[in-house]
Design a protein around this ligand. Structure first.
Ligand code: AMP
Length: 590
């Protein structure tokens, strides 16, 4: 008899459990499943995400529901769209051998008519976010007047997010005699009062302590040149497409700068540091919790309050001074029994710190290589294929299908796949296929910190004069964008841009000279000739590439491939604004 069988679960669930490879029930499952199967009772369970609580309420609900009836019998309310989808997916897996059982997710930000259509087809279990649920009740699109079971999942989080009134409203549409199962990670007063108001003598269970479970953090370090920290960070993010991370910097200034650059390069990033107002910090934290921000760049002090369980990666952009601080940083991932990775970007001179940390945490670091451009392309390609495979088909497309078929007529399957994948992949490929290896070897000199010019162009740079300036509405950044876009060059290919009133200067590598001069021959914008000449004043060229850096615009390494000729970022959003530029849309979350 399997351990799950002893809990009282039936064959269809046991078969699904065996397919999923669950061997032993988790603590919350062991404690709640027998109670919920044997008794008709309300329940309050104090349990974290990642403890297996979805199955703790999902298994009993699936077993108790009459799959033969199409009536909605179970309602699960969850705070976020992500959790809502996660629960729905889990329940679908658990109920795969229960014939006729349908679980439908309803949440904001997706077509309400689609969701209503799915409910109409018959959904014995509805998993919903409170806002969308209320909306659909108001429009008569869902009937929860006959439910037998209602789960309030992550109740504390729902109350934190201000859903109290919505929950009250929703529950007033449910029968009094239903049973309510409340799951919460913490038990603040507000959750207690919900339990008191809406539940009858609930059985109470508590599992483990906060964030209990096996913490499996893998520690990795990546050896790069000092000036390659930022490009290395970008590659690490690109090589981990599902990343949800905290990136630690040592100073507020670096934190802001790295976040701005990431946003500018099209990533969903945000900054968290002490120079921001409480309101700004709340905003960024809310976006992070909702995973709208995937890369939170933070100082150690500001990150103290972060209590998010699903962080996949902690990235140490710079190592902290204190080893103790590293322990706190890496402890942000691998929570609630999940695995996590703590990555450290180090220069050669810092490798001894790695040894000291290893001693302290009693765990070895793995020395890893920053992925090459081609490796990243490969990762992104498979990620894209998986995304296509996992994408739920939007039925609205049906209306357009005949016309789309006309357009794509004559393409065979293979050709079609190649083209679909190329739509996004080519942008990545164009950018990354040209980039260099960022890895520094243990024995090599540290390029950045020792001032070697090995990533500078081998054939020197040329300074140009251009006959537009501030009077024409350009500042150094907008002129740089204009030049890069016109010349179709990478971000690092145009540098040291200096705008004056009616003219400006910029630098580029000598290899581009002919092309630049040729492009700006007879070149007109709005009827006006734009003229570029090689400058007689080589001053800027001598000053090298540091000038933009002083203005908060770091050079070198991987530039913004997300911008390129196409202003859309790879991730589907528009080019991000860094605040300084204003007016630009934040990149969308994919
Ligand atoms: P949850 O806390 O419900 O979000 O579950 C966290 C993860 O643990 C999910 O991916 C589940 O599929 C998985 N899981 C749940 N119960 C078990 C179990 N008894 N053994 C192994 N994995 C489990």
């Amino acid at each position: 008899m399997s351990k799950f069988e002893t809990l009282g679960l039936d064959k269809p669930l046991l078969d699904a459990i065996s397919d999923l490879g669950f061997e032993t029930p988790s603590e919350v499952q062991e404690k709640s499943i027998p109670i919920l199967l044997e008794q008709e009772t309300d329940l309050v369970a104090l349990a974290q995400t990642g403890t297996g609580k979805t199955a703790a309420f999902g298994f009993p609900m699936i077993q108790k529901i009459q799959a033969e009836s199409r009536t909605t019998q179970g309602l699960i309310l969850s705070p976020t769209r992500e959790l809502c989808l996660q629960i729905t997916n889990e329940l679908k897996l658990y109920s795969k051998y229960v014939k006729g059982l349908n679980t439908v997710a309803i949440y904001g930000g997706a077509s309400i008519t689609d969701q209503a259509r799915q409910i109409k087809r018959g959904a014995q279990i509805v998993v919903a976010t409170p806002g969308r649920m209320k909306d659909m009740i108001g429009r008569g699109m869902v009937d929860i007047s006959k439910i037998d079971y209602c789960v309030l999942d992550e109740a504390d989080e729902m109350l934190n997010m201000g859903f109290y009134e919505d929950i009250k409203d929703i529950l007033s549409n449910t029968p009094e005699e239903k049973f309510t199962w409340l799951f919460s990670a913490t038990m603040p007063k507000e959750v207690g009062s919900i339990a008191k108001k809406f539940m009858r003598k609930p059985v109470e269970i508590t599992v483990g302590t906060k964030n209990a479970g096996v913490s499996t953090v893998q520690h990795e370090y990546y050896l790069v040149g000092g000036r390659d920290r930022y490009p290395a960070l970008k590659r690490l993010a690109d090589a981990n497409p599902g990343i949800f991370s905290v990136i630690f910097c040592r100073t507020k200034r670096d934190t802001q700068r790295v976040a701005e650059k990431l946003i500018e390069d099209g990533y969903n990033a945000g900054a968290l540091h002490g120079d921001l107002s409480q309101n700004q910090r709340d905003l960024v934290m809310n976006s992070f919790r909702k995973k709208q921000v995937q890369m939170l760049v933070a100082t150690d002090v500001a990150a103290r309050g972060i209590d998010v369980d699903d962080i996949t990666h902690v990235i140490n952009y710079q190592l902290p001074d204190e080893i103790e601080t590293y322990t706190h940083r890496s402890g942000r991932t691998g929570r609630a029994g999940k695995s996590g990775i703590s990555m450290v970007i180090v220069t050669r001179s810092e490798t001894r710190k790695i040894k000291a940390i290893e001693k302290k945490i009693k765990q070895d670091f793995i020395s890893k290589k920053i992925p090459t451009g081609i490796e990243i392309c490969e990762i992104q390609l498979y990620h894209l294929a998986n995304r296509i495979k996992e994408t739920e088909v939007n039925t609205e497309i049906d209306n357009y299908l005949p016309a789309i078929n006309d357009v794509l007529d004559g393409l065979d399957r293979e050709e079609l796949i190649k083209k679909i994948v190329s739509v996004e992949f080519t942008r990545f490929y164009n950018y990354y296929s040209k980039t260099r290896d960022l890895n520094s070897t243990e024995g090599s000199r540290d390029r950045g910190e020792r001032g070697s010019k090995s990533d500078a162009p081998s054939n020197g740079s040329v300074r140009y004069f251009i006959n537009v300036g501030e009077r024409d509405g350009y500042d150094w950044m907008s002129l740089k964008d204009f030049l890069r876009e016109t010349l179709n060059l990478e971000k690092e290919d145009v540098f040291n841009v200096d705008t004056k009133d009616s003219f400006s200067f910029f630098n580029s590598d000598a290899q581009h000279t002919e092309f630049i001069l040729q492009t700006f021959t007879e070149f007109k914008v709005n009827g006006r000739f734009i003229n570029v000449e090689v400058s007689k004043d080589p001053g800027g060229a001598r000053k090298g590439r540091n000038r933009d850096r002083k203005r908060g615009h770091r050079k070198g390494g991987d530039g913004g491939y997300r911008k390129g000729g196409d202003t859309k970022s790879f991730r589907g959003g528009k080019k991000g604004g860094s605040g300084r530029r204003g007016g630009k849309k934040k990149p969308g979350f994919y």
